[in-house]
Design a protein around this ligand. Structure first.
Ligand SMILES: Cc1cc2nc3c(=O)[nH]c(=O)nc-3n(C[C@H](O)[C@H](O)[C@H](O)COP(=O)(O)OP(=O)(O)OC[C@H]3O[C@@H](n4cnc5c(N)ncnc54)[C@H](O)[C@@H]3O)c2cc1C
Length: 460
């Protein structure tokens, strides 16, 4: 049976979703098929038009292209044209407990981080050329050999005999059409209704858990942006009621604001953001040009595969709070490699795709979760926050200050694995320095407290 479930000459592959995962998959499947000397036909289904402005054309994301993804794209020969890049970012500014810390790309010997718009810009924006990142990738997939059908998929039907192809139902809901495929790839992300239908198919797929975030694009003008935010991404950890993390990303005349709450975001989250001490006066209380409540994955899917079917990108696994587009790249490559070289029998997919993706992404996320928990703990205790910041502010000093800056840099950029960041954070010298710093600050605080108390007693 395993032999029958190999892709061969003229096998048809249907890809549901033309976001990054779907387009990367098309790129890799044609590349690997060519390497193996077979010809496959791929069709991408997606009802979204990335040439539209606003949420209709957008896959709802902050649009930061990590340095590590940039490198992977270049190695694949995928060169993102300059006109699709909205800005080049020089680093990150962290705001915590009323203090800020600047970390720059130059210090870390890295090229600038790029930002993009996933669709063709915010609602009512006027860019002279096509800027959509997802359109670029989809066009790349077409150039690699994929056909694109601009229609949503509604259903999937399994045959009684798995040696036969699967059936995909697509098009207008009241006038659906069918498409037969030897392999179906689910690259529909986590903002899709289809995922629940696939869960109900009964092969064990459980959708990833998600959290609703809030995202807004505000047109506040380039001068104001330069003056208030420079050319760095600003990350706020305000320790407030609703917001857990807030990010402001400069993009020409716009800033993209991404808010991750402690629970699913509601409209109150944006008001809390505008009221933050660090934001007041920098961002006018404008109604955003564009806003949405996209879902971010917080835990992986279960069993994202069966015979002749693989889920990739957000619909399967994504790195914890980081570089989802890069996870789409990694899962797409693994899935394509599996399909071409090992076949589409569930046991082959389990061994060569599922287990490998778990190793590369899911196991690493365990370290990521620990790091985020530690970070939340530190930023909730002012003394600990101050001792960490004081050490990190000793710029150009080797040893513990350099280590802590590197840890923060990699946490923001996601350039290296969470496991490697975790290992660096266990450095003995670093921990001793932090303990020492904390004790000094604590002694200073106690002394000041005592002095204040004595002064108070002296008063008649
Ligand atoms: C607030 C926020 C900010 C983020 N910021 C970043 C960032 O800065 N950098 C980064 O790397 N990642 C970021 N991410 C994560 C990133 O958006 C995702 O990881 C990435 O988009 C996943 O790609 P994908 O192709 O799997 O899914 P998606 O990008 O969601 O694409 C899925 C595609 O499937 C299509 N589709 C859905 N249902 C159907 C259907 N039934 N039939 C046909 N097509 C269908 C959709 O139209 C869509 O085009 C962010 C996420 C959130 C929520």
């Amino acid at each position: 049976m395993r032999e029958q479930l190999k892709l061969g000459k003229d096998s048809k592959i249907a890809i549901i979703g033309g976001g990054p995962a779907g387009s990367f998959f098309a790129h890799f499947i044609h590349k690997f098929a060519q390497e193996k000397g077979i010809q496959v036909s791929t069709t991408i289904f997606d009802g979204k038009d990335f040439l539209q402005k606003g949420p209709r054309g957008c896959n709802l994301c902050a649009g930061v292209i990590a340095e590590s993804l940039n490198l992977k794209l270049k190695n694949e020969g995928i060169h993102l044209p300059e006109k699709r890049i909205i800005s080049r970012i020089e680093g990150y500014t962290l705001h915590v407990d009323g203090e800020s810390l600047l970390l720059t790309s130059a210090e870390n010997e890295k090229n600038a981080i790029a930002t993009v718009f996933r669709g063709n810009g915010p609602r009512y924006s006027t860019f002279p050329e096509i800027i959509s990142f997802d359109d670029f990738l989809l066009s790349w997939a077409q150039d690699s050999g994929a056909e694109v059908i601009s229609a949503p998929v509604w259903d999937i039907k399994f045959p009684k005999d798995i040696s036969q192809p699967l059936t995909l139902v697509f098009g207008e809901k009241d006038n659906p059409r069918e498409f037969k495929a030897e392999l179906i790839v689910g690259a529909f992300g986590v903002n899709a209704h289809l995922m629940n239908r696939i869960k109900d198919l009964g092969f064990g797929y459980r959708v990833p858990s998600t959290l609703s975030t809030y995202q807004a694009e505000l047109k506040i003008g380039r001068e104001r942006i330069l003056e208030n935010f420079g050319n760095t991404i600003h990350v706020y950890m305000p320790n407030k009621n609703i917001i857990r993390y807030a990010t402001v990303i400069p993009k020409e005349d716009f800033v993209t604001v991404t808010l991750i709450g402690k629970k699913d975001a509601t409209k109150d989250i944006f008001q809390e953001f505008l009221n933050l001490q660090d934001i007041k006066g920098k961002i006018p209380a404008l109604k955003p040009h564009c806003s949405c409540y996209p879902k971010i994955t917080v835990s992986p899917s279960k069993k994202p595969f069966t015979h002749r079917m693989i889920m990739i990108g957000d619909a399967s696994f994504s790195r914890h709070y980081k570089n989802g587009i890069e996870s789409a790249f990694l899962t797409a490559r693994l899935a394509a490699e599996t399909a071409i070289f090992y076949g589409v029998h569930a046991s082959s997919i389990k061994k060569h795709y599922y287990k490998q993706a778990k190793k590369q992404i899911i196991h690493d996320n365990t370290y990521g979760r620990i790091l985020f928990l530690v970070n939340d703990f530190i930023s909730s205790i002012p003394l600990l926050t101050q001792s960490h910041l004081a050490l990190a502010k000793k710029q150009n000093q080797a040893g513990p200050p350099q280590k802590i800056r590197l840890i923060l840099w990699n946490m923001f950029t996601g350039n290296i694995s969470y496991r490697d960041i975790f290992k660096t954070s266990l450095d003995l010298k670093l921990q001793i320095s932090l303990l020492f710093n904390t004790l000094i600050l604590l002694t200073r605080k106690l002394k000041n407290g005592m002095r204040g108390w004595i002064e108070l007693q002296k008063k008649p």
